[in-house]
Ligand binder design. Structure first.
Ligand SMILES: Nc1nc2c(c(=O)[nH]1)N[C@H]1C(S)=C(S)[C@@H](COP(=O)(O)OP(=O)(O)OC[C@H]3O[C@@H](n4cnc5c(=O)[nH]c(N)nc54)[C@H](O)[C@@H]3O)O[C@H]1N2
Ligand SMILES: Nc1nc2c(c(=O)[nH]1)N[C@H]1C(S)=C(S)[C@@H](COP(=O)(O)OP(=O)(O)OC[C@H]3O[C@@H](n4cnc5c(=O)[nH]c(N)nc54)[C@H](O)[C@@H]3O)O[C@H]1N2
Ligand code: SF4
Ligand SMILES: [Mo]
Length: 749
């Protein structure tokens, strides 16, 4: 049975379960699974096939029998606080940490299921060395010394043949990612690429260019929120999810939600606008038009703090709500109504930027249009508006000077996308350049905490990129699809089994927290720092790692002048308990923009040869018989990372393709029918989810399924991967992947 991603239309048991996950109902998991199954899951797993022999669990000799440890979730980017209940060497339950300002009393289903991360029989337990052809799944267990020795030797071979730039280092955010990045920098390759160009790069660039900083949202005090496709009831971002959903339910915030499909967030909104995909910018341009034409903007704010307003006035003149109606299919009177309500609620009114902006080729301009609506109502640095980030500075070790790379980056980002962050790179461009060996070959790839086979569009190309490598090393906690293609897998200890550096948070006010070790590692795994140290020692780079994690934390805490015991009581530390407002709203404040003001007409854009104001182009629409494919997250999973988690897998074993009910009827497609979905780059088979809750011109496939690694016994072969269908495309300004531009055909099989 297909149970994926049912919208609130057709309410069924799955919707109810989803609610339990979201509200962190303490009984949630026990309620869903029952204690018996919980027990089997943790301790039994009898008869389940296993990746490889299970190493002897190193049971710590003397740990207090029963204790509680405050630490930080590692199942997604949010890093919510929890308090672990521990018996001996086993985590038996993770409870939310109510003292944790960012997540308060929330721990989502994935956070709860973190217990299973340690006990997953499929998890990586020791280093593995490939013995058969790449991707064959033939592995042998290796000692750490052997695995690191092999890695160092193969890296040196690549250096001799192709130079240090022949190695690519890719990673995704995490508390220990810094050690991986130090290692890559010490190695001396310019080819480092991170996840932002698959996620939020265009949004960041647009907001940074406008405000000189990337702000946060004060949703705790906001009264009117306009959200474009940021599905916060499922794609969690804390504390935004908590504030947005709680206040909407209590009637304290009016939530206007634009999404071509009726997501769970849509079901919580006062207004859901099933916008035509790819036309959000037209909606915001029309809002700007109405704000100006009807003089609803904050004139004093605009005069004092902004640059280039007159250009905007001329620019948005043609973008009437009537024009926007033709683009968006949102009635002009709705656009007018929303704009008036929004202006009346300002400054406690925001256009919420969202996080993943890897949608279309014009995303930087789309997010700039969102930023400008905020600017015009003067919500900047005000309670309930957009607030500049504040943080608590931490110390760090002094490193020897890092080598200067001998070559330019292979993705040519400095020239092609000069406004993007060089150190993050542009992944889609980079992959193509590697495949073309242009301007030089890249033959070695080290991957930390990333699964490119699911993260990048057009999986066949990512596979080809992996196949043309002489050497691939993957550092992960499970045998992911990408790890399955490696030469060496280096297993990191899970977030429950290691001490991480202390981290500074800035939502809802600056505080520090420390992910401390909850239990000692159950298997022969190591934290990233120790893996990097081991490799560095074999490559003569040890001077960059002249510290252990304890020393590193001491150096961090020396700066604010606190000891680690400050984390004992609540797991967090701060010298205050609220935000500050208005620190930038003072005379002579210089924003970090070329004009020193908030930039309406953008000078950074202009200097680089881009138009200074959002350029709208009507997006191509799917021809008859084709549909636009929209990906998106589900509440139970982080990307493709935890479909194999037994508890989460049982909630939703596979994904299915959302298809509009009228379209399905025309084509004789019923709920659960098997479909063949084809795109210009691939095809998948997947079951249909027939729903009123999606427009007729698009289909939706939840992201992260269709796993191929035979090491993932729960997830392998279940559902379909959107990345088999999505064609490579990217945002013109930043090179951020554009994942919503692919059209597909659908046949019943
Ligand atoms: N449970 C869970 N939470 C997560 C994550 C996760 O994987 N799982 N990942 C985290 C990360 S890294 C990120 S970046 C965030 C991502 O958070 P979001 O950006 O909120 O996540 P997505 O689900 O990718 O959102 C895409 C939504 O946009 C809609 N959409 C598609 N095209 C259009 C369009 O043209 N216009 C409009 N208005 N809407 C459109 C889709 O239907 C979908 O509902 O979530 C974070 N939180
Ligand atoms: N089609 C489509 N593509 C997308 C998206 C989408 O919605 N649709 N979302 C995009 C977004 S927003 C993002 S951010 C990217 C995310 O994609 P990635 O950057 O690949 O990140 P994740 O999927 O979060 O995690 C990748 C790997 O980290 C591993 N991991 C988890 N914890 C640890 C740990 O403690 N140590 C180590 N070493 N490894 C660990 C997981 O097992 C997983 O294999 O994908 C992007 N790609
Ligand atoms: S949102 Fe869920 S998975 Fe992500 S950090 Fe918070 S509890 Fe963990
Ligand atoms: Mo992301």
């Amino acid at each position: 049975m297909s149970t994926t991603a049912r919208g609130p239309i057709g309410i069924g048991p799955h919707t109810a379960r989803r609610r339990e996950g979201l509200t962190l109902d303490r009984r949630g998991f026990l309620g869903v699974f029952g204690a018996g199954i919980l027990g089997t899951t943790l301790y039994g797993c009898a008869g389940r096939p296993r990746l490889l022999e299970v190493a002897e669990s190193a049971v710590p000799e003397s740990t207090p029998a029963s204790r509680k440890v405050a630490s930080i979730c590692g199942n997604c980017v949010n890093k919510c606080g929890f308090i672990a209940r521990v018996e001996g060497d086993r985590v038996v339950k993770l409870d939310p940490n109510p003292h944790f300002p960012k997540s308060r009393s929330m721990l989502c289903a994935k956070g709860n299921a973190g217990v299973q991360v340690v006990h997953d029989p499929d998890r990586l337990k020791h280093p593995l060395i490939r013995t058969g052809p790449r991707g064959s799944g033939q592995w042998r267990k290796a000692s750490w010394d052997e695995a690191l020795e092999l890695t160092a030797r193969r890296m040196m071979e690549i250096k001799e043949k192709y130079g240090p730039h022949g190695m690519l280092f890719s990673s995704t955010e995490g508390f220990q990612e810094r050690f991986f990045r130090t290692f890559a920098a010490a190695w001396g390759s310019p080819n480092v690429v991170r996840h932002p160009s698959l996620c939020l790069a265009s949004g960041n660039v647009a907001f940074f260019a406008t405000f000189g900083t990337v702000p946060e949202y004060d949703l705790e005090h906001c009264e009117y929120v306009i959200v474009s496709g940021a599905n916060r009831a499922e794609a969690f971002v804390t504390p935004d999810t908590i504030d947005m959903m709680t206040r909407a339910r209590q009637g304290k915030t009016r939530l206007v939600y634009l999404d071509p499909r009726f997501s769970v967030t849509a079901s919580r909104a006062g207004t859901w606008l099933p916008i035509r995909p790819g036309t959000d910018m037209a909606f915001y341009l029309a809002m700007l038009h109405v704000l100006i034409a009807d003089k609803l903007y904050d004139e004093a704010f605009v005069r004092t703090y902004t640059h280039g307003f007159d250009e905007l006035v001329a620019h948005v003149e043609p973008f009437t709500p009537e024009w926007a109606e033709g683009e968006t299919e949102i009635p002009a009177r709705e656009i007018r109504r929303i704009t008036r309500e929004f202006a009346a609620a300002a400054p406690r009114a925001v256009v919420y930027r969202g996080r993943r902006s890897s949608w279309y080729g014009n995303d930087t301009y789309m997010r700039q249009a969102m930023a400008l609506v905020n600017v015009l109502v003067g919500n900047w640095d005000r309670q309930g508006g957009l607030v500049p980030k504040e943080s608590i500075a931490l110390g760090k070790p002094e490193l020897p000077e890092l080598p200067w790379p001998d070559e330019e980056r292979i993705d040519g980002i400095e020239e092609r996308h000069p406004l993007a962050r060089t150190e993050d790179g542009a992944y889609v461009d980079l992959r193509q350049r590697v495949l073309d060996a242009r301007p030089y070959p890249v033959k070695g790839w080290m991957i930390y905490k990333q699964n490119p086979l699911h993260a990048l569009p057009d999986r066949a190309r990512t596979r080809a990129m992996l196949e043309q490598m002489d050497f691939v090393a993957v550092i992960d906690i499970v045998p992911s699809d990408t790890a399955w293609m490696a030469d060496v897998i280096l297993p990191e200890s899970t977030y429950l089994e290691r001490d991480d550096p202390v981290e500074g948070f800035h939502q809802p006010y600056p505080f520090l927290a420390w992910r401390r070790q909850v239990i000692r590692p159950h298997f022969e795994t190591r934290p990233c720092l120790e893996i990097m140290q081991g490799l560095a020692a074999k490559l003569g780079l040890e001077s960059y790692f002249d510290y252990d994690i304890d020393r590193y934390i001491d150096l961090q805490l020396a700066k604010p002048g606190i000891g680690r015991e400050v984390f004992d009581a609540t797991g967090v530390w701060s010298d205050r308990n609220s935000r500050k407002y208005g620190t930038t709203l003072v005379e002579d404040y210089r924003f970090r923009t070329p004009s020193g003001k908030i930039e309406v007409a953008n000078e950074r854009f202009r200097r680089r040869g881009y138009a200074p104001l959002p350029v709208y182009q009507s997006p191509p629409q799917p021809p008859r018989g084709k549909f636009r494919l929209l990906p998106g997250k589900q509440a139970y999973f982080t990307h493709a990372a935890n479909q194999n988690n037994l508890w989460l897998h049982e909630l939703c074993p596979e994904n299915s393709l959302w298809i509009n009910a009228a379209v399905a009827r025309e084509r004789g497609i019923a709920e659960g029918d098997e479909l063949l979905v084809r795109s210009p780059v691939g095809q998948v088979r997947v079951r249909a989810h027939v729903t009123e809750g999606i427009r007729k011109d698009c289909v939706h496939l939840p992201h992260g399924f269709g796993q191929r690694s035979a090491g993932l016994h729960q997830a392998v072969g279940k559902g379909a991967s959107d990345q088999d269908l999505i064609a490579a495309a990217s945002d013109v300004i930043t090179g951020n992947a554009a994942l919503h531009e692919t059209f597909v055909t659908i046949e019943k099989v």
